[in-house]
Design a protein around this ligand. Structure first.
Ligand SMILES: *[C@@H]1O[C@H](CO)[C@@H](O)[C@H](O)[C@H]1NC(C)=O
Length: 145
């Protein structure tokens, strides 16, 4: 076998190994979905077509339990009244919210609807940046598993 062929095969093996571990992790999700009586779903369908996780209404005076979603899924916030969507760096309400910058996902507006981009694995915490709203329960932790 030439050195070049060997290198190509080594590379291919690495790709196949990565693909099969990816497939294994999807199998886990598939099994979970089937337990919820959904029709069998293929791995790529889970990633590309999972509907956004809906948080409606996104408002004060609620308690939002932590949410688990799958990689590639997004979160859709819909609200009546005057609210916004702000990404926090940890799970506590800050003393003040920036008035511009990347953490403001949706500015404060009336009757809004904001959908995050598809999320990759990690933990995200969102709050409303209207003063007092975070402390009044408008904060949610999203785990992307
Ligand atoms: C989210 O997933 C974690 C880790 O698997 C689990 O411990 C927790 O109970 C789940 N929470 C919900 C609300 O499903």
């Amino acid at each position: 076998m030439s050195r070049k062929t060997f290198r190509a095969l080594t590379c291919l093996t690495a790709i196949l190994t990565a693909a099969s571990s990816e497939a294994r992790s999807f199998t886990g999700h598939g099994r979970h979905l089937m337990q919820m009586a959904a029709p069998p779903v293929t791995a790529s369908a889970v990633r590309s077509t999972a509907a956004p996780y809906l948080i409606d209404p996104w408002t004060v005076g609620m308690t939002y339990p932590e949410v688990n979603i799958t990689a590639g899924q997004s979160v859709d916030f819909k609200w009546p009244g005057r609210h916004g969507v702000y990404m926090l760096m940890d799970d506590t309400c800050p003393d003040h919210f920036d008035t511009n910058g990347p953490n403001i996902l949706s500015p404060i507006k009336v009757n809004g609807d904001y959908t995050t981009p598809p999320l990759s694995k990690g933990t995200y915490t969102y709050a409303c940046q209207v003063p007092g709203h975070c402390e009044d329960g408008q904060i949610v932790q999203v785990n992307v598993l």
